[in-house]
Design a protein around this ligand. Structure first.
Ligand SMILES: Cc1cc2nc3c(=O)[nH]c(=O)nc-3n(C[C@H](O)[C@H](O)[C@H](O)COP(=O)(O)O)c2cc1C
Length: 365
């Protein structure tokens, strides 16, 4: 059972959007995902025709036009409904995958199901549902599987957000048993499961454990973009000072990628990805696709569906140009283009990789 009422849940969703969208009043981004420390190598003789570059790739059973996606965001309040419909339209127009916010509210307020029917506006692209990992130990998994089918999603993203829950008034604060619940959930799920963070990142050790537990994709969702401790603290005055100490919390996405290595398949990169070159660097560091949340919802609010589509097109133009200039004909080729990594990034990645945080894996040798 949720520790907050459906009305509180709807109001919280509405407040999250308001805070994330009002750039002048609220500063919600931690600001450095680390891609500045990754340098692509220019080729002046790429031996590629622009027209032969293939930016499309297979993702969740669909052929999508670009290797980037709109990350999980919202649903459950009136403004969230409009945002979801429009994000779905943007995804359809760009032919890219799109996520929705947590479907947890549907178990307590089934009348808002329309907010989550993204497939109505995005029939041709992968759509993924969303649920909190912290909820999985208490919930009946069969009910979640059925709900994913009802919203006609191709997959589900299970989000990990202990930082946010701690700072959220009435948050779920018992983080025991989540990995076991994820393993059970993945074992029986009739669709792919993505496990994601929400902006503080997943350590390489935990990434391996999540794949061992049956995750189809792991989305690192590292720091550098939207900071959910900061967002929660804007709704909760007395937490503000404590939250300020977490403004730079988490591991930047590029550092997590460098620590994991380029060969690991199934990794998605998000958290602080803000430009076409960030996308290309994320792919060159080994991600299958790169996700953006805040940039899409802000472009949508500022300039409507057309503006958000133009934003996506611009990202696409940069991706294509950088593929040619690095000598990559396909998205997959990007994993093997030469990369120069800054000393700071390399040092942090090596240190991170050397820190074993999962005792079981350590004793496994
Ligand atoms: C308005 C908003 C609502 C979000 N709601 C969810 C959610 O319900 N579930 C989830 O897994 N992540 C949620 N996120 C987190 C994003 O999916 C993403 O992991 C995070 O914002 C970092 O990406 P960014 O820096 O591109 O924003 C939300 C993000 C935004 C901006």
């Amino acid at each position: 059972m949720p520790s907050e009422s459906p009305t509180d849940l709807s109001e919280r969703k509405a407040a999250h959007l308001e805070i994330c969208l009002d750039e002048r009043q609220y500063s919600v981004e931690s600001g450095n995902a680390g891609y500045g420390g990754v340098h692509l190598v220019h080729r002046s003789l790429p031996e590629i025709a622009v027209d032969e570059v293939v930016t499309s790739h297979d993702f969740l059973g669909h052929r999508v036009a670009w290797p980037f996606f709109i990350s999980s965001m919202t649903g459950g309040s009136e403004n969230a409904y409009a945002v979801n419909r429009n994000l779905a339209k943007v995804a359809q127009e760009l032919s890219i995958p799109v996520g929705m916010g947590s479907i947890r509210i549907l178990f307590h307020k089934p009348d808002v199901i329309d907010h989550f029917l993204l497939k109505r506006d995005a029939p041709g692209v992968p759509v993924f549902a969303n649920i909190g990992g912290v909820q999985l130990p208490q919930m009946e998994h069969g009910e979640i599987y059925r709900m994913v089918e009802r919203v006609d999603a191709d997959a589900i993203a299970v989000h990990l957000n202990p930082g946010q829950e701690i700072f959220q008034p009435g948050g779920d604060r018992d983080f025991r048993g989540i990995l076991d619940a994820i393993a059970r959930f993945c074992r029986n799920a009739p669709f792919p499961v993505i496990v994601k963070e929400t902006g503080f990142g997943i350590h390489p050790d935990e990434v391996h454990v999540l794949f061992d537990s049956g995750a189809t994709y792991v989305d690192l969702a590292g720091s550098g973009g939207t900071n959910w401790v900061t967002v929660e603290a804007y709704r909760h005055e007395e937490m503000r000072a404590a939250a300020d100490e977490f403004v730079r919390w988490g591991t930047p996405t590029a550092i997590l990628q460098a620590a994991l290595g380029r060969d690991r398949r199934g990794v998605l990169a998000s958290g602080g990805i803000r430009s076409g070159l960030d996308v290309v660097k994320a792919l060159a560091l080994g991600a299958e696709s790169a996700g953006m949340a805040l940039p899409f919802v802000r472009a949508l609010t500022r300039d409507g569906v057309e503006g958000a589509v133009s934003f996506g097109r611009r990202i696409g133009q940069v991706v294509k140009a950088a593929m040619v200039l690095t000598g990559a004909r396909t998205v997959d080729d990007l994993r093997t283009v030469p990369l120069v990594m800054g000393r700071d990034l390399t040092a942090r990645a090596v240190m991170l990789r050397d820190i074993t945080i999962n005792e079981e894996r350590e004793s496994d040798g």
